[in-house]
Ligand binder design. Structure first.
Ligand code: AMP
Length: 512
């Protein structure tokens, strides 16, 4: 496990006054020094203050909230009432919930502790039984939690500590309504620990409603890309992406411990896996159409090194906590710039170095601009475009097509999300929600955009400087002096202006 924890801000776990069985567990986990988010959060949370933490996954934030909570449970030990929990952790995805549950069990291994995980996609009965005698810690996705509450399998009136993890992703997945419902069921007199990688306005408002005089901790400037990730862009033709992927994986060879490949759609992920197989590269896909068992099998193979290439969609990959992801490859660039930050945060975890390579075709140039604006740096690029655009019968220039696309960004110039053709019916309208798309993208019809041969889209960067393909050098990453996306302040919390979330929340339920 490659870890190098920053030295300067470190203290020892012993300085926090954590209970002895917890310190023993940390030694068993080989945690010697707290990460910066832990150094900041643990003392505040142990003094029972509400905390807002701006931190990405990979910074050690799970232990930052789990350790003081475990200390509190140990210091005020009593038997939880039937069908109740002392601590409620809300997380957006099944994978992240399982990981948080595992962390509580690992750090609390020397305490007598009942930890339950309530997630969708698996039978509910076992979860009902697990809650029957009451638990110290319940980790849940919001939809399944509400199901359990409605079945009277659990009541939330004994909750002493609420943790909301990855709040911005909760917003993307349309969970805000569910969260507000849950919060109404909780005692007012509780501690709330609130974590988010970014602070868009809706999240700042939610935090203001949920927290009492919160202390604010932050480990990196909001939305700043992990500094230890060496980033590179390869400009390419869309049709050449698969062979580029095969070549990149082969060329990086032994430098790759594990590579996480991101595609925009579930269908796209499966296709990439099939094509990698044809090229002799074994990979697995993880996305919302896979059963929980399939996802866990793929993750286990990835974790234990049997499968070095995992192809994932954004939401399925959210919260994947695998050490040793050396490379992230964006086969498709995300159209929400914050997702780029989340994606590349899968590598360079807990101090390890990582590489992020993004394949950018001409339709994704506007996404790239948005990402560079958000991370305030220009990513070094290599141009592998042939200059020819694929001709399609009857195709119009992208700009022309986009002008008629419904639901397109008001800001203009942003290409529509691409997915499989809709075959005459809305891709996801009204039916079962698509877990692998952020809520505000659901229900939109995907419209492939193509150009006539040789045409370039107007109003976009015509070309970027040619750069030779070469190893990534951190010094190449030039911070840009650009306008930051910070747009305001609510209750002392700075927030980013984000695209409005237009879709009806009821249509956007995530995993139950
Ligand atoms: P998290 O951000 O909570 O998902 O944690 C990211 C990774 O860092 C996980 O694999 C943790 O096990 C690991 N980790 C968290 N805190 C420490 C620490 N103080 N020392 C070493 N590893 C840590």
């Amino acid at each position: 496990m490659r870890r190098c924890i920053e030295r300067e801000r470190l203290t020892s776990f012993h300085e926090f006054g954590l209970a002895e069985p917890i310190l023993t567990a940390l030694a068993q986990e080989n945690y010697t020094t707290p990460t910066p988010i832990q150094s900041q959060t643990i003392p505040l949370a142990m003094s029972r203050r509400d905390v807002i933490g701006i931190a990405q996954t990979g910074t050690g934030k799970t232990a930052a909230f789990a350790l003081p909570i475990l200390h509190h449970i140990e210091a005020t030990r009593y038997r939880p009432e039937r069908k109740s929990c002392r601590v409620l952790v809300l997380s957006p995805t099944r994978e992240l919930s399982i990981q948080i549950g595992d962390s509580f069990k690992a750090y609390g291994r020397n305490l007598r502790l009942a930890v339950a995980v309530a997630i969708g996609g698996v039978p509910i009965n076992r979860q009902v039984r697990a809650l029957n005698h009451g638990v110290e810690v319940l980790v849940a996705t919001p939809g399944r939690l509400l199901d359990l509450v409605n079945m009277r399998a659990v009541s939330l009136d004994k909750v002493e500590v609420l943790v909301l993890d990855e709040a911005d992703r909760m917003l993307d997945m349309g969970f805000i309504h569910d969260i507000r419902k849950v919060v109404k069921m909780l005692p007012k007199d509780r501690q709330t620990l609130f974590f988010s990688a970014t602070m868009p306005q809706a999240i700042a408002e939610l935090a203001k409603d949920m927290l009492r005089d919160p202390a604010r901790v932050s480990v990196a400037p909001q939305s700043t890309t992990a500094e230890r990730v060496a980033q590179r862009v390869i400009l390419t033709d869309k049709a050449a992406k698969q062979s580029l992927l095969n070549d990149t994986i082969k060329a990086e060879g032994d430098a790759i411990d594990r590579v996480l490949v991101f595609t925009r759609t579930k269908h796209g992920a499966d296709k990439v896996v099939r094509n990698l197989e044809k090229a002799g590269i074994y990979s697995e896909a993880i996305h919302g159409n896979k059963s929980q068992n399939q996802r866990e099998r793929a993750l286990t193979a990835f974790r234990d090194g049997r499968c070095r290439t995992l192809v994932a969609t954004d939401i399925a990959a959210r919260g994947i906590d695998v050490d040793g992801v050396s490379h992230v490859i964006n086969y498709d660039l995300p159209n929400v710039p914050e997702s780029y930050v989340h994606r590349i945060g899968r590598t360079a975890r807990a101090g390890a170095e990582g590489v992020a390579i993004s394949f950018v075709d001409h339709e994704e140039m506007a996404y790239l601009r948005d990402i560079e604006k958000l991370i305030r740096m220009s990513i070094p690029s290599t141009d592998r475009r042939t200059g020819q655009r694929p001709a399609q019968p009857g195709a119009r220039p992208a700009q022309q097509n986009q002008r008629h696309q419904p639901g397109r960004s008001q800001r203009g110039g942003r290409p529509q999300q691409h997915g499989k053709p809709s075959h005459g019916k809305p891709s996801n309208g009204g039916g079962k929600p698509n877990r692998d798309k952020p809520a505000h993208q659901q229900g939109k019809q995907s419209q492939p955009v193509s150009l006539e041969a040789g045409q370039r889209p107007q109003g976009r960067p015509q070309s970027r400087p040619l750069a030779p393909t070469q190893p990534i050098n951190h010094a190449q990453q030039q911070p840009k002096r650009q306008q930051t996306s910070q747009a305001g302040e609510i209750g002392g919390i700075k927030f980013l202006q984000r695209k409005p979330d237009r879709q009806n929340a009821a249509d956007r339920r995530g995993p139950r």
